[in-house]
Design a protein around this ligand. Structure first.
Ligand code: SF4
Length: 371
């Protein structure tokens, strides 16, 4: 059962703590709804220090919703390369077009209108509405979920069902105030810096005197540790073909696939012999191959899958690629949206000369995420 803590007292303690302790992050220096939206999308499942340079480059290049709606999709995906969860970029493009078409280029103020946009969940809508427009809307991400569950002693699973409902209800009560943006960010920041999943720093917490989990010594059991689903093991063969030492064959992935809209080495699931895999991956495009050899192996962990990747180098192929296939100059690779797993495969399998020519972006972000 949730304990009744007076909301005004909690709000005051949270906002005062946030005012004194908040990190100076680029998106906190603006209330531009578009900038808030970009930051919230990039921050999903991605670390703050990884997001900062991507956020700054993105806003410099596409400073408004209109600019993003007019952008070349491939340019946006290229700018997103390395951030992972590429569907976020595709959703942003679709949402930008819809905002221009239906809302005159301005993000709507209301949560109800925001959640109808592609890629907007309840959290993103609440964050934009409260931070950019001062609307009294809750915004519950993983940090807020955990923090509120502990403060109010909400037992059981808080990711769905009654537990989730209880958390959102408490968040809505707290956000029903004069500074909902600060209140929501205070909860997000407290969860990120103090009320962390393991070993929360309760002695530094501004609400510890009101916290059920702290009072009962149950910080590590609220919320209960999540049982992670076992990752699916996938065998993948990637086919590397370099023409004249300077052009690489890449294939644009279907929009609704794992690497939606991104450029990857032609690839095939399943354990086949190298020649069979190369043949199978390219035959559907009418390619004739002159020879195939094994080039490298690597493993990659995505959100739900563990990939065992074998890269084979094939020789041949037509002078002109068509359909989803394209010969891309090694020097021009940075202009294309290429997932991290493909970049790793290229680093592993290109020859030193080819690697020297290839403009492969530095992927600094770590962690398990698609790409
Ligand atoms: S007292 Fe501890 S468990 Fe409670 S909200 Fe603060 S950091 Fe989290």
């Amino acid at each position: 059962m949730a304990k009744r803590v007076p909301a005004p007292l909690l709000r005051r303690a949270l906002v005062a703590w946030y005012t004194a302790n908040r990190r100076d992050l680029p998106w906190r220096r603006t209330s531009d709804p578009y900038a808030v939206w970009v930051s919230e999308v990039m921050l999903q499942q991605t670390r703050v220090d990884t997001v900062i340079p991507y956020y700054e480059r993105f806003l410099e290049r596409w400073p408004t919703v209109e600019a993003l709606a007019d952008a070349d999709d491939d340019d946006v995906r290229a700018a997103w390369s390395g951030l992972g969860y590429y569907r976020r970029a595709n959703s942003m493009l679709a949402a930008a077009a819809q905002i221009v078409r239906d809302h005159g280029g301005a993000l709507p103020h209301d949560v109800d209108a925001l959640v109808k946009l592609p890629g907007f969940g309840r959290y993103t809508a609440g964050a934009v509405a409260s931070i950019a427009y001062g609307k009294r809307a809750p915004a519950v991400d993983g940090n807020v979920q955990r923090t509120l569950a502990r403060i109010f002693g909400i037992d059981g699973d808080v990711t769905s069902g009654p537990g989730s409902k209880a958390v959102w209800n408490q968040a809505a009560i707290l956000a029903n105030c004069d500074e909902p943006g600060d209140l929501n960010q205070a909860l997000i920041e407290l969860g990120a810096l103090v009320c962390t999943p393991r070993n929360p720093a309760c002695e530094q917490c501004p609400v510890r005197t009101d916290c059920v989990a702290y009072a009962e010594g149950r910080q590590t059991s609220i919320p209960p540790p999540r049982v992670r689903a076992k990752k699916k093991e996938v065998e993948l063969t990637m086919v590397l073909i370099v023409r004249h030492g300077d052009h690489l064959l890449l294939e644009r992935q279907p929009d609704d696939g794992l690497f939606g809209g991104l450029w990857c080495l032609p690839m095939l699931e399943g354990h086949l012999d190298p020649a069979g895999a190369a043949d199978e991956a390219l035959r559907r495009h009418g390619f004739e191959l002159d020879g195939v050899e094994e080039a490298a192996e690597l493993e990659a962990i995505l959100t739900h899958r563990r990939l065992r990747i074998r890269i084979v180098r094939a020789h041949g192929g037509p002078a002109r690629a068509s359909g989803a296939m394209k010969w891309i100059a090694l020097e021009a690779l940075e202009d294309y949206g290429i997932p991290t797993v493909t970049v790793r495969a290229l680093r592993a399998a290109l020859t030193p000369d080819e690697r020297a020519r290839a403009t492969l972006k530095d992927r600094r972000n770590a962690g398990a995420r698609p790409g």
